[in-house]
Ligand binder design. Structure first.
Ligand code: C2E
Ligand code: MG
Ligand code: MG
Ligand code: MG
Length: 289
């Protein structure tokens, strides 16, 4: 199995700018209780079109407002949720909430693609297709407006089930995105087997790519692949103007990252949108430096 990350032997750890939190781990029971007690909250991070600055969608990123520990980020509980099976309930909650939000925005005249991260462990049973279809229908969200972002997991038991489920979802016109492309978890094999319509270049290749030959090569190769396969390319981890300009020059379709916006609660989105529209003209002009 060839992995782009391994082939190129490249790994640049992403700069984490959020406040330093203690590395706790939480039990499956505690995570389950958090879902029941309403301690989870979805934040949304915009995806924008590099050529125009238009906002084309948002990605849902779950957070846990822990009553004692404060804001807990997914890296501290998704793995346990996956290993224990709690991920089924967690994804159900996140999806339901994201679709309700998508509907609210749509009624307010804001039609954006809503992306939800789905674990490979969610793709173990065929009923997931019906589950997603029914949830979208209940929320009056057309399939093409929902995007499922998938990252490969080592815990995957039977690789055939995900393949079948994803293919069925694609046939129903749901969007499929291969997340963290270029890292050990998103391989070329997957890209060939699954009908993705979006490829997200991992942030470790995007931030400061302009000064790193290897990263630039990964971005170029990923883009070439995506073009050939008819997929849109998103660069994630755009942290500064240099990253933004680099992706624009490289001909990448979409961008996501702290430079554009941090993941935010739904209530802040409209205000951000207003500010963004003011920022865009300067970002489409040649870089001031
Ligand atoms: P991901 O799907 O690849 O999401 C991107 C991660 O990068 C998010 O971290 C986001 O907050 C962060 N990020 C965004 N822009 C920047 C930037 O400019 N620089 C840097 N350094 N980071 C940036 P987060 O929210 O901690 O989520 C981590 C991972 O947890 C996600 O990676 C995703 O794989 C997983 N995850 C998040 N929400 C869910 C969920 O609801 N279900 C599942 N199964 N997984 C989730
Ligand atoms: Mg994602
Ligand atoms: Mg990613
Ligand atoms: Mg990730």
């Amino acid at each position: 199995r060839e992995r782009l990350g391994d082939l190129l032997g490249h790994w640049a750890p992403g700069r984490d700018t959020r406040p330093e939190t203690s590395r706790r781990s939480y039990s499956a029971n505690r995570i389950m209780a958090a879902i029941r007690n309403g301690e989870l909250v979805n934040h949304y991070q915009p995806k924008v079109e590099l050529a125009t600055g238009n906002v084309i969608g948002v990605e849902t990123l779950v957070r846990w407002r822990h009553p004692q520990d404060g804001m807990v980020y997914p890296d501290q509980f998704i793995a346990v949720a996956e290993a224990s099976g709690v991920i089924e309930r967690l994804t159900g909650w996140v999806l339901n909430e994201a679709l309700a939000q998508s509907r609210r925005w749509s009624l307010a005249g804001i039609d954006l693609r809503m992306a939800v991260n789905v674990s490979m462990n969610n793709l173990a049973s065929i009923s997931f297709t019906d589950f997603v279809t029914e949830e979208a229908q209940c929320a009056c969200v057309p399939p093409a407006r929902l995007v499922l972002e998938v990252t490969e997991s080592r815990l995957m038991r039977d690789p055939r089930a995900p393949l079948e489920i994803l293919t069925r979802l694609r046939l129903k016109r749901f969007g499929l995105s291969i997340d963290d492309f270029g890292t050990g978890h998103s391989s070329l094999r997957q890209l060939c087997d699954i009908p993705f319509d979006e490829l997200k270049i991992d942030k470790s290749f995007v931030h400061r790519a302009w000064e790193d030959e290897t990263s630039r090569a990964v971005v170029a190769v990923s883009q070439g692949l995506a073009r050939q396969l008819g997929m849109k390319v998103v660069g994630e981890g755009v942290e500064d103007r240099e990253d933004w300009d680099f992706l624009r020059c490289a001909g990448c379709d979409h961008a996501q990252g702290y430079f554009i916006a941090r993941p935010m609660p739904a209530e802040e989105f409209l205000a951000w949108l207003g500010e963004w529209r003011v920022r865009v003209p300067a970002l489409l002009a040649p870089s001031p430096s």
